[in-house]
Design a protein around this ligand. Structure first.
Ligand code: 5AD
Length: 366
């Protein structure tokens, strides 16, 4: 048996196995890895891909992450916050199309006005959907009190990417006032509040090694993470990290990021994994490829067109204009082409969460 087959037949991968799989370069072996991960996804999670309508409701951010296009110091960006009515419209559209869930994402703020605004969004979304739209938050590091407050207002999943679990690298890509320790403590607070916990990393950061990526995957197991949203790092011209990038190779970056999904799926079979926007930014086929090597969630962007130009975390971020039926029809075709079906009107929660907590599902969750 080939070394690859031997590894794929194991019940549990070792750190060395993870490194081996992430290092594969041979095309047919990579295909074998992807097919294995896709079959495992179908076996454990079924054929469904779940939709989360993404609303980037504000790009105002207090942070200065060195890779991010909406970092505080980027004065090229025009700052916006969507009107409540616009958010409600996007949420209503999502609900009517049978998406099942929303992701509410913005830059990071913790002032009382912002906390209250988010609270109001949650209450409105719940009201307009008769409590049926599931809501994932992606609003950064907050206090336990804030996490609790939003949970009580109806959010039940929270995404906070750890970005990288290598403390030195974390320090290099963030200003000195951020710390990996604080990031991890925030993840612990999210879990304590009762949310399904999502995290993830950027893949292919300058200075990041395959060993780092293997440790990232192991971290997600150790932290009992329920959902994973990760994606390739893509340089943004108005950021300090961009200056350290030499010879960016989009094809290689995408392949490494796809391998990361496949290996994570094999290591953590029962978590939700998203095919994130960055996969689509590197290639038109990227998001579909992610759905065929382990991802089971997709987050079409519902932010109105007039704001999307100012929510560029990285270059070439594709705009999904779900407000136009044509774009949604195209997405449906793309999902169909992957051999999967859409889990309409379902929350599509992470099975890992139910195992971890012993909670039972409600009628929208299956
Ligand atoms: N490339 C890829 N992903 C990025 N993010 C921010 N900037 C970039 C970039 N240049 C990701 C981070 C963040 C998420 C909202 O977007 O991982 O957590």
């Amino acid at each position: 048996m080939s070394k690859l087959k031997t590894i794929l037949s194991k019940d549990k991968l070792s750190r060395q196995d993870i490194i081996y799989l992430l290092s594969l370069e041979n095309k047919s072996e990579i295909e074998e890895l992807f097919t294995h991960a896709n079959n495992l996804t179908k076996k454990v999670l079924g054929q469904n891909v779940y939709l989360r309508g993404l609303i980037e409701f504000s790009n105002i951010c207090n942070r200065n992450c060195k890779y991010c296009g909406i970092r505080k110091s980027n004065s090229e960006v025009e700052r916006y916050t969507m009107e409540m009515q616009e958010i409600q419209e996007a949420a209503r559209w999502t609900y009517q199309q049978g998406f099942g869930s929303l992701v509410l994402q913005s830059g990071e703020r913790s002032d009382p006005e912002f906390l209250k605004f988010v609270d109001n969004i949650l209450q409105n979304v719940k009201e307009l959907s008769n409590d049926r739209l599931g809501v994932t938050m992606s609003v950064g590091e907050q206090s336990l009190e804030t996490y609790n407050r939003w949970y009580e207002s109806g959010a039940h999943r929270y995404l906070l990417r750890v970005e990288t679990t290598n403390a030195d690298l974390y320090q290099k890509i963030h200003p000195s006032c951020h710390s990996l320790k604080e990031r991890i403590e925030a993840l612990d607070r999210i879990q304590k509040s009762g949310y399904q916990v999502g995290t993830g990393v950027m893949i292919g950061l300058p200075g990041q090694t395959i060993q780092d990526l293997a440790d990232d995957i192991i971290f997600m197991e150790e932290k009992d993470i329920d959902m994973i949203g990760m994606g390739p790092y893509i340089p943004h011209i108005n950021t300090p990290l961009n200056k350290t990038v030499k010879n960016f190779d989009a094809k290689k970056q995408l392949q490494l990021a796809l391998k990361m999904i496949a290996v994570t799926r094999i290591y953590l079979p029962d978590v939700n994994i998203a095919s994130t926007t960055a996969y689509g930014a590197l290639s038109e086929k990227g998001k579909g490829q992610a759905l065929q090597c382990g991802a089971n969630v997709i987050m079409p962007n519902l932010t109105p067109r007039k704001y999307q130009e100012n929510y560029k975390l990285y270059e070439n971020k594709p705009a999904f204009l779900a407000s136009y039926k044509r774009d949604f029809d195209k997405l449906k075709d793309e999902i169909k082409a992957t051999g999967k079906t859409i889990g309409f009107n379902k929350w599509g929660d992470s099975p890992h969460y139910f195992k971890r907590t012993g909670e039972s599902r409600n009628q929208f969750q299956a």
